[in-house]
Design a protein around this ligand. Structure first.
Ligand code: ATP
Ligand code: MG
Length: 346
C-alpha cells in the first residue's frame, strides 16, 4: 500500500475548509493507504502564537481527527514536535534550498501581507515550506492529500527531494541503495469527497482560514446549529437570482454551491442548479445549505466530546503514533546525514 502523510496546524479551531479540503479525504481513503496524520505544531509557531493555548490546541486538533472519522487502528496520529527528526531534517534541507525558490511562495506573500508589524514576520514563516518538505520526505510518503492552497508547497517538496538526491546521491547510487528521498505526489483530487478550495464566507476571492481575523468568514467544525444558521444567513451573496456553478464573476455563489454539493452526495451540478431554479434564489437556498452543514457537523461534534472525555486514551494514541513515526523518520534522517557526509556518532 502506498504511504500517505498529511497534517493540520494547531492554529485554532478547524473549519469546513480543513474538513472538505483535507480531512474528509483522509477518512474516505484510510483503507486504501498506509496513513500518517500529524498535528504540525512546529508550523503553528511560524506566526506569533499564544503559548497558553498551543498544547491545548494541539490536543484539540488530534481529537478532531478522530471525531471526523480517522480510525487510530488503521492510521497513525502523532504530534510533529514529539518526533525531533522533523526539526533536524528541516535544518539539513534549509541548507540546500535556494532562497529564490521560497521567495516565489504565494502563501508566504499572503501571510506576510497580513502581519502588520514587520517584527513579527519571522524567518520561520519564510522557511515553512522547507519544514513541510521535511515532514513529507522523512516518511518517504508517496501521496499527500492537501487542499489546493498547499499545492505549491508540495511542488517545492518534490524539487527539494530531487535536488538532494542529485547533490548527495552519488555514493548511495554506487552502493546500489534506493535514493534517500522519494518525490511525493498530491493525492489525485477526488471531486466526490471534497472541495479543493473552500472560500471565505465574507469574501469569495480568499480562502477560508483559521487565521483570518473575522470568525464570520468561516464555519468552524464546532459551531453550534444557531451559529451556523446565522453565519450562512449573513454571509456574502450577490444580486444574481439564478444560482449557477462556476461563473467566474460570482465566486461567492460558486463557493456556497460547491459546499452544498459536497455535503449532499455530490450530485451532478446541472441537477442541483435545476432544483434550485425551481425553489427560487438565495432566500430559499441558504436554509438548505445551513441545514446540510448542521447535519454533517452534528455527529462530528458528538464524537469530539466523547474523544476529549477520555484524554488518557487520546494521549496513548499520540504516544504510540510518535513512537512508530520516529522509527521511520530516524532511519531517513540517518541516511540523509550519511549522504551529506556527517561524521557518525560514536
Ligand atoms: P492557517 O490560516 O493557520 O494557515 P488553515 O485554515 O490554512 O490555517 P492549515 O492547517 O494551514 O489550515 O491547513 C490544513 C489543511 O487544510 C491543508 O491540507 C490545507 O490545504 C487545507 N485547507 C486549509 N484551508 C482550506 C480551504 N479553505 N479549502 C480547502 N482546503 C483547505
Ligand atoms: Mg494554512
Amino acid at each position: 500500500r502506498q504511504r500517505v502523510f498529511s497534517g493540520v496546524q494547531p492554529t485554532g479551531a478547524l473549519h469546513l475548509g480543513n474538513y472538505l479540503g483535507a480531512i474528509r479525504q483522509w477518512v474516505t481513503h484510510q483503507d486504501l493507504f498506509e496513513n500518517w496524520f500529524c498535528v504540525v505544531d512546529l508550523h503553528a509557531i511560524t506566526v506569533p502564537h499564544d503559548a497558553q493555548r498551543l498544547a491545548e490546541d494541539t490536543m484539540n486538533t488530534a481529537a478532531m481527527y478522530l471525531a471526523c472519522g480517522i480510525d487510530p487502528r488503521r492510521c497513525k496520529i502523532f504530534v510533529q514536535s514529539h518526533v525531533p527528526a522533523h526539526a533536524e531534517m528541516a535544518w539539513l534541507l534549509n541548507c540546500l534550498t535556494p532562497m529564490s525558490w521560497l521567495e516565489k511562495m504565494t502563501q508566504f506573500k499572503d501571510k506576510r501581507a497580513k502581519l502588520e508589524d514587520a517584527q513579527s514576520i519571522y524567518v520561520g514563516l519564510f522557511t515553512y515550506p522547507v519544514l513541510m518538505a521535511a515532514d513529507i520526505l522523512l516518511y518517504r510518503a508517496e501521496r499527500v492529500p492537501v487542499g489546493e492552497d498547499q499545492r505549491q508547497h508540495l511542488e517545492l517538496a518534490r524539487d527539494v527531494a530531487r535536488s538532494f538526491n542529485h547533490l548527495y546521491g552519488k555514493r548511495i547510487k554506487r552502493q546500489r541503495q534506493p535514493p534517500v528521498f522519494r518525490e511525493p505526489e498530491a493525492l489525485a483530487w477526488d471531486e466526490s469527497s471534497g472541495v479543493a478550495r473552500v472560500m471565505s464566507l465574507t469574501d469569495g476571492t480568499s480562502k477560508m482560514s483559521k487565521s483570518a481575523a473575522s470568525d464570520m468568514s468561516r464555519i468552524n467544525l464546532l459551531d453550534d446549529a444557531d451559529t451556523v444558521r446565522s453565519k450562512i444567513k449573513r454571509c456574502k451573496t450577490d444580486a444574481g437570482r439564478e444560482l449557477v456553478f462556476d461563473d467566474p464573476d460570482r465566486p461567492e455563489c460558486t463557493n456556497l454551491l460547491n459546499v452544498y454539493r459536497a455535503l449532499t452526495g455530490s450530485r451532478p451540478k446541472a441537477e442541483i442548479e435545476d432544483v434550485l431554479r425551481q425553489s427560487g434564489g438565495w432566500a430559499a437556498f441558504k436554509p438548505l445549505l445551513a441545514e446540510a452543514i448542521v447535519t454533517e457537523l452534528a455527529p462530528i461534534q458528538r464524537r469530539y466530546r466523547e474523544v476529549l472525555a477520555d484524554r488518557g486514551e487520546l494521549q496513548r494514541i499520540l504516544r504510540d503514533g510518535a513512537e512508530a513515526a520516529a522509527e521511520i523518520a530516524n532511519e531517513t534522517l540517518r541516511r540523509a546525514r550519511g549522504a551529506m557526509g556527517f561524521m557518525e556518532r560514536v
